[in-house]
Design a protein around this ligand. Structure first.
Ligand code: ASC
Length: 168
């Protein structure tokens, strides 16, 4: 079998081997497509759809993040279950908006610098996702002090990107 795969300079000697090589190569190609598709879980018909999508996901995150914020600040009573449910949603949604900043989707309050500094944006998005995952862990523990720290750390990652890349 390895012989059948050993590259363009090998000549499969039987039709059975040629068939095997074809099968293996087409399986590899299919695997590559699935991996590519899972890295880009969403696609858009129009740039405006991408803008709407990212704004919507940020908006839902802000609502649930803000609810934790209200508890952290003492504006509403702390309810560990509600905080955990909110943090769970924030952590899940934290993965979503980034695929909607594809080439040619400038718009909304996003500064054009985003498309010139995509590596930095992606790094910031990773920091945010890590912080959101840590907030989820803290909220699951039900310890308000831990939640306060993790909330502040997460908020810092929001702010750092907004300061650089979001119009007021
Ligand atoms: C929030 C929220 C944001 C960030 C940002 C941090 O609670 O909705 O977008 O914190 O204001 O500066």
């Amino acid at each position: 079998m390895l012989q059948a795969l050993s590259g363009p300079l090998s000549y499969p000697s039987t039709s059975q081997e040629r068939q095997m090589k074809k099968t293996i190569l087409s399986t590899l190609a299919a695997t590559t497509l699935v991996v590519a598709a899972s890295a880009q879980a969403v696609s858009f018909k129009k740039p405006e759809d991408a803008v709407k999508y990212r704004q919507s996901t940020f908006s839902v995150m802000a609502t649930h993040f803000g609810d934790i914020g209200a508890m952290v600040k003492g504006d509403k009573p702390f309810d560990a279950k509600v905080a955990a449910a909110n943090a769970d949603i924030v952590a899940t949604l934290s993965a979503l908006p980034w695929a909607a900043f594809g080439p040619g989707t400038e718009g909304g309050k996003a500064k054009p610098a985003i498309w010139k500094e995509m590596d930095k944006v992606k790094a910031g998005a990773d920091e945010f996702q890590k912080a959101a995952a840590a907030l989820k862990t803290a909220a699951a523990s039900g310890n308000l002090d831990n939640i306060k720290k993790a909330f502040a750390a997460t908020q810092k990652t929001c702010k750092s990107c907004h300061d650089s890349y979001k119009d007021k």
